[in-house]
Ligand binder design. Sequence first.
Ligand SMILES: [Zn+2]
Length: 82
Amino acid sequence: MNSPCELADVVRLFGNELSENEKLKPLQIKVMNKILQCRTAVLGGHKEVCDCCGSVRYRYNSCGDRHCPKCQAAKQAFGLTI
Ligand SMILES: [Zn+2]
């Protein structure tokens, strides 16, 4: 399910201001950066080939951070959450 507005959009718009005005912990800054980079060219990509029809598609890599809503949505879809 795609939302018209993602958390990455919010971080992109307000992340610098938040970093300047609040004392963020290094982990919080790291998570914000991962959310910004998730599924973009920054993290590279990979090729997927369908076992049935052989069709090929290229996808950007995920950040894998547990705080990232994109990664958590994927884990839920595949039943990987506890
Ligand atoms: Zn992610």
